[in-house]
Design a protein around this ligand. Structure first.
Ligand SMILES: [Zn+2]
Length: 343
């Protein structure tokens, strides 16, 4: 399978969250050739199965990207375009591993929708569908590191309103100033900091006012809050009590053991292809946080520099995509030999 041309084709089909249908149809056509069974489920996920029996290993990656199309460019080893890093480089590596592995047991490829939004695709897989996994690999740009932990994350809405008034006599106070004060209090309440172990609070949306000569009637801000391991969504709610803040959505942090069988098989796969294995914990939140409820034998892995994800500079090395596919193939075959109990 020529992974570079597959990547260029995948990049040329724009697929923001909840707009993956065309890409899904294209990928179904590709995996149908390889799989024993392949289908598109109720959430628009492409699901493909090879082999049968234990152990069951899932290769999971997401088809959607953040919004904002980018020109697709082929610069030799480097390929650019929206989603090159997050998540089409990893996705193509996973398709490559799925196609080339000779697993004993069952290999499931799950290419999901809406990871960048409400994780509708993965939520559907949690409810049922393909055989339940003994091992899961989550395709994300980790720069070929084996990632075993993700922080949690929540969206917190701050909403302040006043009676408004003429801008020349703002007798009721100005909700913009109050909004800012509440933001500062929220940061204090969560102990905002920049270390992995800290909560991180980032304002992402701020809306205030509708006319140049009126005091704003209402101000709304959305804070993107990241939650470190050892803390959770309930604590986030608790710490914000008393503030005009509402937690709109939240996912708990997820931490697997760095020596779980999925991680170890991948470390061995990397050694086999001559890449020095590195372990890492991720600052973000991903479908990893949901999939860990299926098994703690889980690792996130993929080509691409995570710092380029969601930027206008998304670019990935084709050599790294191919390396990721080879390492994963070895890992999947190793897990097949170990069986469902791991080693
Ligand atoms: Zn991603």
């Amino acid at each position: 399978m020529d992974l570079k041309s597959l990547l260029l084709r995948a990049l040329s089909i724009y697929s923001p969250s909840h707009g993956e249908a065309e890409l899904a149809r294209f990928l179904l056509g590709v995996v149908r050739e390889i799989a024993d069974e392949a289908w598109i489920d109720g959430a628009g996920n492409v699901v493909a199965v090879r082999g049968k029996g234990a152990p069951v290993t899932w290769l999971h990656a997401h088809m959607d990207t953040v919004v904002g199309p980018l020109e697709v460019r082929d610069e030799g080893d480097v390929v650019r375009g929206r989603g090159a890093v997050d998540d089409k480089g990893p996705l193509v590596a996973y398709v490559g591993a799925f196609a080339s592995a000779k697993p004993s047991g069952t290999l499931v490829l799950a290419l999901v929708t809406a990871e960048e939004d409400d994780s509708a695709g993965t939520e559907e897989l949690l409810r049922g569908g393909p055989p339940r996994p003994d091992y899961v690999y989550v395709g994300e740009p980790t720069d070929l590191h084996v990632a075993y932990a993700y922080r949690g994350g929540g969206k917190v809405e701050l909403r302040l309103s006043t009676k408004g008034g003429h801008a020349s006599s703002p007798i009721y106070g100005n909700p913009f100033e109050e909004l800012y004060a509440v933001y500062v209090k929220a940061k204090e309440a969560l102990g905002h900091g920049e270390r992995y172990e800290d909560f991180t609070v980032t304002p992402t949306v701020v809306r205030c006012g509708d006319a140049p000569n009126k005091v704003p009637v209402e101000c709304v801000a959305v804070l993107d809050v990241r939650i470190p391991p050892g803390h959770n969504c309930a604590e986030l709610e608790e710490r914000l009590k008393g503030l005009p803040a509402r937690v709109r959505s939240c996912v708990d942090p997820a931490e697997a053991s760095p020596t779980n069988p999925a991680a170890r098989a991948l470390v061995r796969g990397l050694l086999k292809i001559g890449v020095e294995p590195k372990l890492s914990r991720k600052y973000g939140t991903a479908d990893f946080n949901l999939l860990i409820s299926l098994t703690k034998n889980i690792a996130a892995f993929g080509p691409g520099d995570p710092k380029l994800a969601h930027t206008e500079e998304e670019a990935v090395s084709v050599r790294d995509v191919e390396a990721a596919a080879r390492a994963l193939r070895h890992a999947v075959e190793e897990l097949g030999r170990w069986g469902s109990k791991g080693q």
